[in-house]
Design a protein around this ligand. Structure first.
Ligand code: ARG
Length: 431
């Protein structure tokens, strides 16, 4: 272990067992944050030069040294491992090793508390952007297939019981709208947490006239977390909201996958899941199992578990507490697994092969009863009377076409009026 950055002449011997427990997985988790920490450190160095705490040359040397660290980290020449207490210490150690006494100047006006807070906000902005991009892709795929397969009949279910004739177009457009909403949420939450805590130090500010706004601007934050105490109290709170955005998407993936696992069963036989998303059975030679659909359905559980873990860690008074370190594992685990899963969804959806004849044949004649009731309403009957009249005719609908039922379903959003252009416009506006 390189020397602890907090080591003083008076520091007693550290107990390595205790230190290992404190650092825990931190150094491994910080690998995901290091790039953001480096960028924030560069902005901080430039900010210090603007208030003459560093000379322009010193700041320049630091920025260049940090560029080299980023390169070494990206190429694997620098490994963030147990030699360091955490990513923050690794950055300072690197600077001191490369620049000597100049490197020891980087920590003026900051603490690891605001350092980790800013790295986490940059990380969350990045992952929410990625999430938004994936939601847009899923929505785009659903919209394209809704357009192409708009008129194909499918029995509509409520209570998992056949209800009314529906269409593949309506099914696809429904999932498209869900992912447009999820995209909007990812963007909104991304904006909500888009504020820089850097320069709040340990939670009380510092006696230097830091150029916090300039540093925030350089890092792409449109505003500051103004209050130093709140910069710490917001830790975990914003992580929870970031996970909300992720969980909205994974909950909708769960629903799509539930539909698909039913529709792909032999009993329904509506859809074939692409082979690349299936596995075989180790014992039953006949099996093609839609495992990817099932594990994508399970994805939401990871996010819900992470949220619960975060909520539990957050029972704290104001200010920094080392407990806050434990907000990192659930956040990173949830975004890691969540985005990896979501990135498989567009390919899965593109590869689905529907059995149109089987879907059409599954639309039983009595599913036309509601259409019939509304036809009678069109002829002037009160709905309740029409409902009873249609109920008495249940075995008279055999000659009806599902296509005609879909064509007549003209209420906005319904099968004959999916309004895909409106959905498309909303998607474009959010992209
Ligand atoms: N690993 C720590 C965390 O995530 C970094 C901040 C350490 N601050 C401290 N005062 N010990 O919270």
């Amino acid at each position: 272990m390189s020397d602890y950055i907090w080591k003083k002449d008076s520091t007693a011997e550290v107990d390595e067992r205790v230190m290992r427990f404190l650092a825990g997985q931190d150094v491994v988790l910080d690998r995901e944050l290091l790039t953001f920490d480096i960028r924030a450190s560069q902005a901080h160095a430039r900010g210090l030069a603007r208030i003459d705490v560093l000379t322009p040359d010193q700041a320049d040397a630091m920025v260049k040294s940090l560029d080299r660290l980023q390169e070494a980290f990206a190429s694997g020449r620098f490994v963030l491992d147990e030699r360091f207490e955490d990513g923050h210490s690794a950055i300072e150690s690197w600077l001191i090793e490369e620049l000597g006494e100049i490197g020891g100047r980087i920590h003026a006006g900051r603490s690891r508390n605001d350092q980790v807070a800013v790295a986490l906000r940059l990380y969350m902005k990045d992952r929410l952007d990625h999430l938004a991009g994936l939601c847009a892709l899923v929505a785009g795929t659903c919209l394209a297939r809704a357009e192409a397969e708009a008129g194909l009949p499918l029995p509509g279910h409520t209570h998992l019981q056949q209800a009314m004739p529906s269409s593949l177009g309506l099914w696809w457009a429904g999932h498209a709208e869900a992912f447009i909403d999820n995209l909007a949420l990812a963007r909104e939450i991304g904006q909500w947490l888009d504020a820089s805590p850097l320069g709040t130090a340990s939670g009380f500010g510092v006696n230097l006239p830091l150029d916090r706004d300039g540093v925030a601007e350089e890092l792409g934050f449109p505003r500051l977390v103004i209050n130093p105490q709140y910069a710490q109290n917001a830790r975990g709170k914003i992580e929870l909201r970031a996970l909300d955005a992720l969980s909205a998407a994974t909950a909708d993936v769960r629903r799509i996958c539930w539909d698909l696992s039913l529709f792909a069963s032999q009993e329904f036989g509506f859809v074939k899941v692409p082979a690349a998303y299936c596995t075989g059975s180790s014992i039953m030679p006949n099996k093609h199992n839609p495992d990817a659909v099932e594990l994508l359905r399970a994805l939401h559980a990871t996010i819900v578990g992470a949220r619960a873990e975060l909520e539990t860690v957050l029972s704290l008074p104001s200010g920094y507490h080392r407990d806050l370190q434990d907000t990192k594992p659930p956040l990173l685990r949830a975004f890691g697994r969540g985005l990896a899963g979501l990135s498989l969804v567009p390919g899965l959806l593109e590869g689905l092969e529907w059995d149109n004849q089987r879907m059409r044949a599954a639309v039983a004649p009595e599913l036309h009863a509601t259409d019939r009731a509304n036809e009678l309403v069109g002829q002037g009957h009160p709905f309740r009377t029409a409902y009873r009249m249609a109920a008495a005719e249940l075995d008279e609908f055999a000659g009806r076409d599902p296509e005609a039922s879909l064509a007549a379903r003209v209420s906005p959003g319904a099968c004959a009026s999916l309004q895909l252009d409106r959905l498309q416009r909303r998607l474009e506006a959010l992209r």
